[in-house]
Design a protein. Structure first.
Length: 765
């Protein structure tokens, strides 16, 4: 392999190194590790500029003062390992530096380079970017199901959204709420799902669960039943909505009008109400809920759940104005009365065939709406449904439920290309619906204005060469189908009243008029419930920003997340029958917890491999950068292509270590297979101080066992005031691994941790 061309900059100052350069920039602070990374092309893109920090004068030094030791960021590790002051007073640091492979590497590698090295995971470092992993902004961690001998035994970190979240149109934090369910904290799991999806009881029944198609567990056995977990959490939320769905005590005086109470409108209403705004929802029908209430059949979405969802929003302070049709005149009035308006009126206009006598056909939407209103139409024995989408499926199954003896679905698409969800198609077949794919309507058959059937023509293709809808037919292949009713379900469109307002920003749902937003099916056309929920949330966040002129909070701490089970566990396959027969909500939630344990919590499990990191934490060091001073415990973090909390362009200048009591016993142990390998498999730095035969103070920090250096605070607390004997060491060793969760191939690291902790404690006697 050869290096790609890049511009080389020999920096003469930190200011020059910090200065933004055109294109991708990489910093060279030590040995040849970075050059090997570039040569192997482990990243999707190569840097255009390579800034050499070692040419900056004055950053290689060790300065001993009365109260602290200062070390320049470009000081070679070999100098730390041999420096008299460090050998005498900071033995843990000296040993950590000395443990870095051969003298040749130690004499080239620098303090800053060791602290800021990229992850050592071989999936991350695979040549030619073979695994675009989480740590590079991808959606999978190859180590979870692959070779994880040297990876974390204390959980992972969400450096990027896992593939289930990426696959979800609402970007719901699925792994996070699964983790809370594993911990037994259902309330926190509920709060997490509500952040992105305030209608989980709805989506848990009607969502196409594209998240499951992206579930990484499919590479092991079967995808996690995410929709069923979501469904059970949704029921839990509705049962405890007064505690889980709360508006702030102090409310804003500003008000927002929402036109339409479908999923987009309800999502926006929830987000705005929980932000403190006064929200009024205008609905043209007598019952709120939009398509949730008036279109989706009760066998898929029970109407009592929709009522409970509306009631929960009303407790939040959302006001529903029913039988309130809004046209252009009324919209103008709303814009004057309210500070913001969100249009979410859905797509209720039935598309037509455009052939003679098509006005004799029933509208699929009207058919479903009549059923939900308690006015089901009288059907004959034979019903023909035109369409292959989810609405057509709902119409066909509903017709069977109403007593039609023969229901046939006709669609242009081939069986494997039907737009309806596969599981919905299978349900229709189980319900006795006959599928007739690759046929299209040619002529309406009637007698004196009453439909008697349809003449069909064979469809040879649905799309043209450019992928656009342009069906082709074979006129030589036709057939007649008798029918007492023909119901049309070939798609819907938005009402035309707001057409001139509906050019929206896809990120904010803002229209060209200030304070007016639009979203959901109204702007996108018919889509899934979760798509509409996501649009409503985007609009609500944009309206919030517009009304207060603020910016969203940024940044978050690195938190280790516990992983799910890797053993083969049977996927939960519920049925509506078994679900309806459940005795209690507790049984439903128990199933959800079992399924949550199948979630692998697809976070990055690469470890922090810095040799100096554990020693610096144990010695309570500070890291001074070009912008701030951080405690060592705060300095290490996890992000895309980084193991530190450094911001882009921020550079380490200096370490400062406070003076250590001469009575303290310092130790650094590093477990590795061969001394020539310069990264640890497990390391432990310890600083123990005794008085009167008992441990007075203890600091123990593990390295290479988690994505960040891991301070053993529970062990430290236990050791204080105890004698450093065999019993104490054994208990400390068990406490150190109490929260460990070994992967398939790294269980040996748990035993190594026990051994190193025990050795450190006994050495303090």
């Amino acid at each position: 392999m050869t290096l790609k061309n890049f511009k080389y900059v020999a920096a003469k100052s930190l200011a020059q190194a910090e200065a933004p350069a055109t294109g991708q920039t990489a910093l060279l602070a030590g040995g040849t590790d970075l050059l090997g990374t570039l040569k192997d092309e482990i990243h999707p893109e190569a840097p255009e500029v390579l800034v050499d920090l070692k040419t900056i004068p004055g950053l290689s030094y060790v300065q001993e003062g009365k109260t602290s030791l200062k070390i320049g960021a470009l000081t070679p590790l070999g100098e730390l390992a041999a420096h008299p002051a460090i050998l005498a007073r900071y033995q843990a640091l000296a040993e950590a530096a000395r443990s870095v492979a051969s003298p040749q590497i130690r004499n080239v590698a620098t303090v800053g380079g060791n602290l800021c090295q990229e992850p050592r995971c071989w999936y991350y470092r695979a040549p030619d970017n073979q695994f675009h992993c989480l740590r590079k902004g991808g959606s999978r961690c190859g180590a979870l199901l692959g070779d994880n001998r040297y990876h974390s035994i204390f959980g992972g970190v969400a450096t990027a959204a896992p593939s289930c979240t990426v696959s979800c149109p609402g970007n719901v934090e699925i792994g996070s709420y699964m983790e809370q369910l594993r911990k037994g904290d259902r309330a926190e799991a509920a709060r997490i799902i509500l952040r992105k999806n305030p209608l989980p009881a709805m989506t848990g029944r009607v969502c196409p669960h594209s998240c499951e198609a992206g579930c990484n567990r499919r590479g092991f056995d079967e995808a996690v039943s995410i929709r069923e977990v979501e469904r059970s959490l949704g029921e839990f939320i509705l049962a405890h909505s007064s505690k889980l769905m709360k508006a702030p005590k102090v409310r804003s005086r500003k008000s927002v009008a929402i036109v339409g109470s479908g999923p987009a409108g309800l999502s926006a209403a929830y987000t705005l109400a929980t932000a403190g705004y006064r929200v009024t929802v205008f609905e043209r029908m007598a019952e709120p809920g939009g398509m949730l209430r008036h279109s989706i059949p009760a066998h898929r979405l029970p109407k009592d759940l929709v009522k409970k969802q509306i009631a929960a929003l009303e407790r939040l302070g959302v006001v529903f104005k029913l039988n309130s049709a809004i046209g252009k005149k009324e919209l103008a009035a709303l814009r004057k009365k309210f500070d913001c308006v969100f249009l979410a009126t859905g797509a209720w206009r039935q598309k037509t065939l455009g052939i003679p006598k098509s006005e004799l056909l029933l509208s699929g939407l009207d058919f479903l709406t009549q059923i939900q209103a308690g006015r089901p139409p009288v059907l004959g024995k034979k019903v023909l449904v035109i369409g292959g989408g989810n609405v057509a499926i709902d119409v066909a199954i509903s017709a069977r439920h109403l007593g039609a003896e023969q229901v046939t679905m006709v669609c242009l698409e081939a069986r494997d290309q039907m737009p309806a969800y596969p599981e919905e198609i299978e349900e229709a077949v189980r319900a006795g619906v006959t599928l007739l794919p690759s046929w299209g309507p040619f002529r309406v058959l009637d007698t004196k204005g009453k439909v008697t059937g349809m003449e069909l023509v064979r469809c040879t293709s649905v799309l043209n060469d450019e992928g656009r809808f342009q069906p082709s037919f074979d006129p030589a292949q036709k057939q007649m189908l008798e029918a007492d009713q023909v119901i049309l379900a070939i798609g819907q469109g938005a009402e035309l009243v707001f057409r001139d307002l509906l050019t929206v920003d896809p990120l904010t749902q803002a229209t060209r008029l200030a304070g007016l937003y639009a979203g959901g099916d109204l702007t996108s056309g018919p889509a899934t419930v979760i798509h509409a929920i996501a649009a409503g949330r985007r609009a609500a966040l944009a309206m919030d920003s517009y009304l207060r002129g603020g910016k969203p909070a940024g940044g978050k701490k690195t938190l280790l997340s516990k992983l799910g089970a890797k053993a083969a566990l049977m996927r939960f396959h519920p049925s509506s029958q078994s679900r309806s027969n459940r005795a209690s909500q507790a049984e439903i939630l128990a199933d959800a917890v079992v399924e949550a344990n199948r979630c692998m919590s697809c976070h990055c499990v690469a470890v922090n491999a810095s040799d100096l990191a554990p020693a610096l934490l144990a010695l309570d060091a500070k890291v001074r950068t070009t912008r701030r001073t951080l405690k060592a415990e705060e300095f290490f973090g996890v992000g895309v292509r980084t193991c530190t909390a450094l911001a882009p362009g921020e550079i380490v200048k200096e370490l400062e270590i406070p003076a250590v009591s001469p009575k303290a016993l310092q130790r650094y142990d590093k477990f590795r297979i061969r001394n020539s390998i310069d990264f640890p498999i497990v390391s432990l730095a310890s600083v123990l101080e005794s008085s009167g035969g008992k441990l007075r103070e203890a600091r123990l920090v593990l390295g290479a066992v988690a994505p960040v250096p891991l301070r053993l605070k529970e062990v430290e607390k236990f050791l204080e005031g105890r004698r450093a004997d065999e019993e104490t060491a054994s208990v400390a060793a068990e406490l150190a691994v109490k929260e460990a969760y070994a992967l398939a191939k790294n269980r040996f690291k748990v035993q190594v941790v026990r051994a190193l902790v025990k050795r450190a404690v006994l050495g303090g006697s």
